[in-house]
Design a protein around this ligand. Structure first.
Ligand code: 16G
Length: 255
């Protein structure tokens, strides 16, 4: 019997107190994760196997697993089963340096990757037109991505760039800043605004966390040396994955 299967015993289930069976099964799985018996990325036995081991119906097993998936504790991968959701690696990022996600992750020995959600040319929203100082008939390149580190979801990002600055959206591979650098328009200065938020159901699902989970909402407006705005990016960074660090110095006059 494999390790994860070992937790599914009739004794452990009945030891979980009284009450509906699916709730006892949920408590059993949650308890095994808390005690470290089930680790992040461990695969659970199949629905049928768990039902057999515990002598309960598959409907009960499905109900328990579905709720744990909705709570972000388990992750279901199509065709390959149910896993314990991995904790995202916690990353510390300095707020004073104008770096890219790709550079930040590589600097920490993590492998960045991207799941593209949108890559289009479209008219700007009034907000974007104002921030990027666009005339009414100009277009923007809209890049919506799930950003991952070592395969784990870290941030959801919508970057908007004036279309006239890049040859086409296809000029952007996995790194926007690499594309901007190649085009000779890497930003040199940026303004960043951070606030706390709780994730809506859709964004939470994309980031593999329970709905309402805490996140950092960050807006970055980046500029070229000549003052032109090159990027307006809205990011949702997983609250459990990020520490933003700021270095403080006295103003010099007081030194
Ligand atoms: C970071 C920036 C984002 C920028 C992206 C470029 C924050 C809060 N945001 O995620 O504004 O567009 O890096 O990364 O740091 P890339 O070159 O890997 O696409």
């Amino acid at each position: 019997m494999s390790e994860p299967a070992a937790i599914f015993t009739v004794d452990a289930l009945t030891g979980g107190g009284t009450g509906p069976l699916y709730l006892r099964l949920k408590a059993l799985i949650r308890g095994a994760i808390e005690k470290g018996v089930l680790a992040a990325q461990d695969a659970l036995p199949s629905e049928r196997e768990i039902a057999n081991l515990l002598d309960i119906s598959r409907v009960t097993v499905r109900k328990a697993l579905t709720e744990l998936v909705e709570e972000g504790i388990l992750t279901q991968k199509r065709g390959s089963g149910t896993y314990v959701t991995g904790q995202a690696p916690r990353v510390e990022q300095r707020l004073s340096r104008l770096t890219s996600f790709t550079e930040d992750m590589l600097a920490r020995g993590l492998t960045p990757s991207v799941k593209w959600l949108q890559k289009t040319v479209a008219p700007p929203t009034p907000d974007e037109a104002m921030v990027l100082a666009l005339s009414p008939n100009e277009r923007v390149i809209r890049l919506r991505r799930l950003r991952m580190a070592d395969g784990r979801p870290m941030a959801l990002e919508l970057a908007v760039v004036p279309a006239r600055l890049l040859a086409s959206p296809e000029a952007v591979g996995n790194s926007l800043y690499a594309a901007l650098q190649a085009a000779g328009i890497r930003p040199v200065r940026a303004m960043q605004r951070l606030s706390a938020e709780s994730l809506n159901a859709e964004d939470a699902a994309t980031l593999s966390v329970p709905p309402g989970s805490p996140a950092l909402y960050i807006e970055r407006i980046s500029y070229l040396a000549d003052g032109r705005a090159v990027e307006f990016t809205k990011s949702h960074y997983r609250g459990d994955a990020y520490d933003f660090v700021v270095e403080l110095t006295t103003s010099g006059e007081n030194e």
